[in-house]
Ligand binder design. Structure first.
Ligand SMILES: [Zn+2]
Length: 75
């Protein structure tokens, strides 16, 4: 089950909730102030997979060639 991060627009408190995907946008009340103006952040689950994709794309292949393309230097 994915972890979702929410931020309360009233008190700016962030909190994480583990809940089913189909309940991701279900209304909830802030545990701190009881406010119901809650915004969902990008979940940890998705942030992790996204970070891997980004680091894989920008990974430098070698110091001799620029742009992550080693076609010209034989690496
Ligand atoms: Zn709050």
């Amino acid at each position: 089950m994915p972890i979702y991060e929410y931020i309360c627009q009233d008190c700016k408190r962030e909190f994480e909730v583990i809940r089913p995907m189909n309940r991701a946008d279900a209304p909830m009340a802030c545990a701190s102030c009881g406010g119901e103006d809650i915004k969902r952040q990008i979940s940890v689950f998705y942030a992790e997979s996204g970070g891997k994709a980004v680091s894989g794309m920008s990974e430098p292949s070698c110091g001799a060639c620029a742009g992550g393309n080693c076609a010209g230097c034989g690496h």
